[in-house]
Design a protein around this ligand. Sequence first.
Ligand code: SAH
Length: 419
Amino acid sequence: MNVYDGLRIAAMLEHHGLVQTDNVSDADIIILNTCAVRAKATDKVFSALGRIRRAKRPNALFGIVGCVAREAGATAFRRIPDLNFVLGPQSYHKLPQILDNPDAKLLNIDLGGLEKFDELPQMERSPRVAYIPIQEGCNHVCTYCIVPYTRGRELSRPFNDCLRETLHAAKTGAIEICFLGQNVNGYKYTDENGHTFRLSDLIRETAKIPEIHRIRFTSSYPTEMTDDLIDMFRTEPKLLPFLNMPIQSGSQNVLSRMNRPYSLELYTNIIDKLRAARPDIQISSDFIVGFPDESDDDFEQTMNIADRIRYINSYSFKYSPRPHTAAALMPNQIPENIKAARLAKLDTRLNEIQREFNESCIDKTFECLLEGPDKTGRHLVYRTPFMQQCIVPTCADAPALAMIKITAANKASLRGKFA
Ligand code: SAH
């Protein structure tokens, strides 16, 4: 979502005649797009602002957008007095105001809903993978999560707006579409005639666009995984056989304290249905370890579920207490050293499972999408249908979509050759 926001901001500034630079000391305006999900990310923002402040040209404008801006609000100006702007995740389209009036302090952390989508100019060229946000905010109130505070209540964008943006991306270079939302599988829009559209409708329409070869969506909430959507994995070959559906914890007690009221049985039933619809489907998850009052036994249940589902790719985090959340006030917060030990243990297991899956891909051939050259420039990075990185030697005129035979694998990536 932040990548998408960053691209839209860049396109907007280009519209105002600015060009991008990677060099802070060359820039006329410096924008940090920020994430507030964990405390560490927030802390990094303020140390980065300190560095930027020293490196930038004296009258260059600088400021923050996104969730840290929303969380910090006016206090950001108190911490860094020469900051020029602080704009929340739903008001970054107001950024041109600071170009018109550089001497003012611009603060806007309102939850303006979907307004920004209407006000931003379209991107002229789409990246090969186009992120299409179809929803803002979130109505689940997970007790650890700051997102409902920073991004507000859940709003689904009008169906036709989503389709129009998808079509525009397809006509300007997109090959893969990734629909985005905090609770993306809960997408639901009712038009003026009372017709309700779901994510499955959006996938069905997008699959008709000839330029689009791959479709995916992230991230999904377990109880919103409805049968119409599961069925898409059976009927729509362009939908990739890969799904991010965070479970967070394998302990029923912890899940209920997280206010994620689904049973492990329901979760595993959904996975069974998905596997029946698409036998090769692979699942990824997010995990939080060290949630308040998590016992050794609770944690072992998380280890068990990781083994049982065999997630091929996961993000795992130490629980981080956040302002405006219920869990931050819960008793029995877990000490840092226990959180760290649990995270290391879980990561070790998740990495083993990931490596085993990667190794099982050797000698198989997949259609992969070109991401671009690697850092050395000697290799090209492709993405498999399961979103694994696959590295092939650089060649002239490498096709954007290629059949690649996997020749080697480790935990992080695959190697392959054009088949
Ligand atoms: N709705 C999104 C949430 C985005 S945050 C989603 O389901 O992915 C991405 C991940 O960050 C969450 O899934 C969760 O695992 C993690 N996370 C959120 N709040 C956290 C916190 N307070 N401490 C640690 N990890 C957190």
